[in-house]
Each structure stands twice: as C-alpha cells, then as structure tokens.
Design a protein around this ligand. Structure first.
Ligand code: B12
Length: 509
C-alpha cells in the first residue's frame, strides 16, 4: 500500500505543488489536493457575508480526513500563512497526522513558523528531494536526518543542513498541471509557467536575494533547457488549447543565447501569443526582434518607480531613465507593446515623485501601467529600511513575519485600504487613477493636466470606474478575454463551493 500525501492550498494555482506532486507521483505516492478558493476573502475582494455564505472550511477538513493522508502538506507564502495555520489547527483537531509547511514563508522565517504547535516539520528551500526522502522514511528514525527539513523531536527542534539548489531542472518531471485543473479550469484562456528558478537581481522589495542567501550557492539562477520548456508547452497545447501563454518567472529574458534558440522553436512548435518580462537595462534590438518573432505580444517591465534616485537608493535598481527611454523606444520601433509595473506608497514618497511618474510615463507611453501598493515582506530589505526610518515599529515587524499585517494591499485601482501600521500618510488614490487611465488619454492632454496642477487634487475613483477602465484597456490591447476569464473563474469556483456546501459533492483531485 503506497503512502498518501494530501496538499491543502488556497487562492490559485501553485507551481510548487505541481512540481512536488509530479515527482511524488513518479515514485508512486498517492497525491491529493484539497483546495479552498477563499471566495470573497482576498485583499482585492473582501466581503464577510459572502465569505460566510461560500465558506466550506469544515467540509474541506472532512475531505482531507477522507483522503486518509500519511502526511498533510502546505505550500506557504506570507499572504496565505495565517490561513494555512488555521487549516492546520483544524486538521490536527480531527486527525493525528504529521503536518509539514514548505515554501517561501517558512524558508524566510523558519524560527517563527516552527513555533506553531499545529505543524510537525517545515522545509527550508527546495522540496523535491526532501519530500521524497521524507515520504520514504515517514515515522522512521531516519526522518530526523533529512536535509532541508526542520523537525520536532521530543520538544526539541532538529535543524538539518540545506542541500545545494537542484542543478538540472530538466531532470525533474514536468509539473503536474492537472492537479489544479478542477479549480483553475481555464488553462485554455491563459497557460502560466516558469522556465527557471532564482533571480540575479537585488530589488529591495523582493525576497529573491534572501532566498539566494538561504540556498548558500552561486548556482541559484537556473533555467530549464528550451527543449524541456517546449515539451511542456507541446503537451499543454494539445491538452488545453490555450489562446495565451504567460511566462511568469522573476526574470524571463536573461540569456540571449537561450532566447535565440527559444524564438524559432516556440514559433514553429507552439505559435501561441505570449507575455513575459524583461529588465529594461538589458533590452536590445536583437532581443526585442527575437521576442516579437517568437510571438510575444506584451513585454512587462517592473520599473516600480519613475525616479532614478528612488530606484537606485531605495529599491536597489540601478537602471537609468535613459536606459528605460531606450528600451521603450526599441519596443515602439519594433511594434512590441510593453507594460510598466509601478509601486506606490514607497517610504518617503512625495506628491512630486508621483507627478514626475505620470510625466515620465506620459513621455514613454506604455500600453498599460499596473499599479501596486508596497507590501512589506519578511526579509525584504525595504522592510528593514522602513523600520530603521521608524515607519514601521518592532510590533509591525513581528506582524509582518506572522503574515498578519502586510502594510498595504494591492488594489490596482480605486479604493485603497491601509494596514494599521503605516505612518506614511501620502494620499495616492488620484495617482492610482491617473496612472491606470494614462494610456487612454492623449499625450498633450496629460501634459496640460500636469501644467494646471490638476493631478494634485485628491479624489478616489469608485471601484466600478476602476473595473471599467481596466476593461477598456484590455479591449485596447486585444485582451478583453482576461475580464471574461476572471468572471468565469469566479463563477466556476462559486459553483464548486456551492455544490460542496449544499449538495456535499466531493471535491478533491
Ligand atoms: C511565479 C510567481 C508567481 C505566479 C504564480 C505563483 C504561484 N501561486 O505559484 C503569479 C504571477 C500568479 C504570482 C502572483 C503573485 N506573487 Co509571486 N512569484 C512568483 C515567483 C517569480 C516564482 C515562484 C515559483 O513558482 N517558483 C517555482 C517553484 C517550483 O518554486 P518555489 O515556489 O520556491 O517552491 C519550491 C520550494 O519553495 C519548496 N516548496 C514550496 N512549497 C512547498 C511545500 C512543501 C510541503 C515542501 C516540502 C516544499 C515546498 O519546494 C518547491 C520546489 O523546489 C516568486 C519569486 C521566487 N523567486 O520565488 C514570486 C513570489 C512568490 N510572489 C510573490 C508575491 C508577493 C506575489 C503576489 C502577491 C504579487 C501581487 N502583488 O499581486 C501575487 C499573489 C498571487 C496569489 N494570490 O497566489 C512573493 C511572495 C513573498 C512572500 N513572502 O510571500 C515572491 C517571493 C516574489 C517577491 N516579491 O519576493 N507569483
């Protein structure tokens, strides 16, 4: 009888669970997934009444019990950590089963995470080899000596050493995309994947450099071979017939030789329009031509600020505005649409910085500007900068480590909710509006808004205007389907939960 592992996850698809599931299945372990869509319980859409109406937590616990697991596993980010703890406590109250947490959050703050009584062990860093060894040795003395794992034994915590990052990503089986298919049933609208692991940059708002430190290796940045990526996409194309592919790596375009091999193969074997990101300082005519030839229809630049000084001194991003202008110009000349990601509510941000941002983006005219409010994550350098500047207190740092206060919440547009810890009272609601609508307004009109000081007027656009603008922009870039995708996904998940709650229909994969 093979051992059984049950993953419990919320919100959306998890690449980590897909990778772990496929390797476990390869070694004939029985893998189940129990999924909580947490309807109306996200930072974007929160409504207590609807949340209660669709809440199925106690039924999900029953499902977990039904899978008769030998191990229950969670893949934990900071933003689902509190949810994972709640579920783990409920599971522990029902059955005596070991519970393991792995993923970004336990990797970054293992000391905080391991203190919780509801978990027996956690995984620091990559999980494939550690989880296989654990499944093989569950309940044997050997389980206490597995690299990457922290385990509790007679009230003591055993902290095993970390193994080097997995070098040859090609030797791993392809991710088990099907495990999420019932809950993420729209792969045909957009198929997301990563072609590598790690990031070479040191952006202070990101955890990538902290993860690199944990891995203690110079070989942290790894890419799958082009042929390996093609193998997944050929399979996905046949299976789901996606009309769009999204490469969601930290950084997709890094090695030009990889891209030279990728472009013709992707065009020939896949030929589906795709999105990816690139670093503006590394954009060249050759790169953009290759991307365009392959079928890229949107290139994403994570600029985060339009001020060189802010980027250099606060965000750890040394690229200059001239490099960004050049990257934008190349995209325009080659006919490739590009978007900008911009973070608001940075420490020390001033109204003039935001007016400067509208001015700069009006000059380079991206197709879309996606706005985010800064979220403070554990072990991200900017969190310590804000603490040293007394924008965050010690109590706030603790809350951040516990995933309780994430500073601000990204709403993209419209209503803004602030975590109680924020001391920076800058009002950016009107800038969220102007940045989002900018690409729909003529350049001279925006210039005159800036000249007349109109941008300084505080206001908050109602949420329906926000949604409407996003929809119009999506039509403009030929992606109206994205809005339909979100509505379909929500409707499908509501139906799954409704059926589960009121007709007790089974819900595991
Ligand atoms: C791809 C990606 C996405 C994808 C999909 C993520 C997903 N759900 O799987 C998309 C684009 C949707 C996305 C969205 C967001 N993301 Co993101 N994303 C990433 C990225 C670039 C790669 C993650 C990944 O899939 N890697 C490949 C997998 C295989 O590796 P892995 O996750 O590290 O998993 C390995 C180990 O951690 C371990 N492991 C993981 N789970 C488990 C479980 C067990 C039991 C075990 C034993 C081991 C184990 O084993 C795995 C295999 O070796 C990371 C950056 C990074 N370097 O990690 C950010 C990152 C995870 N994202 C982040 C954030 C903040 C977000 C957003 C909130 C951004 C936003 N403002 O909207 C949203 C949230 C969406 C949501 N609600 O799910 C943060 C998380 C920070 C934190 N402390 O939680 C990261 C770290 C980037 C950063 N800013 O620092 N993201």
């Amino acid at each position: 009888m093979e051992k059984r592992i049950t993953f419990v996850h919320s919100d959306g698809e998890s690449f980590a669970i897909e990778c772990l599931s496929s390797i476990l299945k390869k070694y004939h372990y029985q893998v189940s997934l129990v999924f909580d869509p947490r309807l109306f319980d996200s930072s974007e859409v929160k409504n207590q009444r609807l949340q209660n109406f669709f809440d199925t937590k106690s039924l999900l616990i029953k499902q977990i019990v039904k899978t008769k697991p030998d191990l229950v596993a969670f893949s934990v980010f900071t933003y689902n950590y509190q949810w994972a703890l709640k579920m783990a406590r409920k599971i522990k109250a029902k059955i005596d089963v070991p519970v393991i947490f792995g993923g970004i959050h336990p990797t970054l703050v293992p000391e905080t995470v391991i203190k919780n009584d509801c978990l027996d062990m956690l995984c620091v860093g990559e999980g494939e080899e550690a989880l296989l060894e654990l499944m093989e040795n569950l309940n044997k003395p050997r389980q206490y000596k597995i690299k990457n794992l922290w385990l509790k034994k007679n009230g003591k915590i055993i902290k095993n050493e970390i193994r080097p990052p997995f070098e040859n990503l090609d030797s791993l089986p392809l991710p088990d995309k099907e495990i999420f298919a019932p809950y993420h049933p729209l792969y045909n609208t957009g198929y997301d994947l990563v072609v590598g692991r790690g990031c070479p940059f040191n952006c202070t708002f990101c955890c990538a450099h902290a993860l690199r430190q944990v891995s203690n290796s110079n070989h942290y940045l790894r890419k799958r071979s082009v042929d390996n990526v093609m193998r997944e996409l050929v399979w996905a194309k046949r299976k789901f017939r996606p009309i769009m592919v999204k490469f969601v790596d930290d950084i997709f375009v890094f090695n030009i030789n990889w891209l030279k091999e990728f472009a013709p193969k992707y065009k020939k074997k896949i030929g589906i329009p795709f999105n990816c990101d690139a670093h503006p300082a590394h954009v060249t005519v050759e790169m953009v031509r290759l991307l365009k030839k392959a079928g890229c229809n949107l290139l994403i630049f994570g600029l985060q600020s339009a001020s060189e000084k802010v980027r250099r001194e606060l965000l750890g991003r040394p690229e200059t505005n001239d490099q960004i202008r050049k990257a934008a110009q190349i995209c325009k000349n080659e006919g490739l649409k590009f978007t900008i990601d911009h973070i608001l509510n940075l420490p020390y941000e001033k109204t003039d910085d935001l007016i400067g941002a509208v001015d700069f983006y009006n000059e380079i005219r991206p197709t879309i500007i996606n706005t985010f409010l800064l979220t403070y994550y554990p072990e991200a350098e900017i969190t310590m900068t804000a603490y040293k500047a007394k924008l965050l207190t010690k109590k706030d740092l603790q809350a951040i480590e516990e995933g309780k206060s994430l500073g601000t919440y990204s709403l993209s547009l419209g209503k803004q909710r602030q975590g109680n810890s924020l001391k920076n009272k800058q009002n950016h609601n009107q800038f969220i509006f102007w940045l989002n609508i900018l690409s729909l307004l003529p350049k001279p009109f925006v210039q005159s808004l800036i000249r007349r000081g109109i941008l300084r007027y505080n206001f908050t656009a109602p949420v329906w205007i926000a949604v409407f603008i996003k929809f119009i922009i999506r039509i403009k870039i030929g992606r109206a389907i994205d809005t339909i995708y979100i509505i379909k996904l929500l409707a499908k998940r509501m139906l799954i939960n409704f059926k589960l709650k009121y007709f007790n229909t089974h819900n595991t994969s």
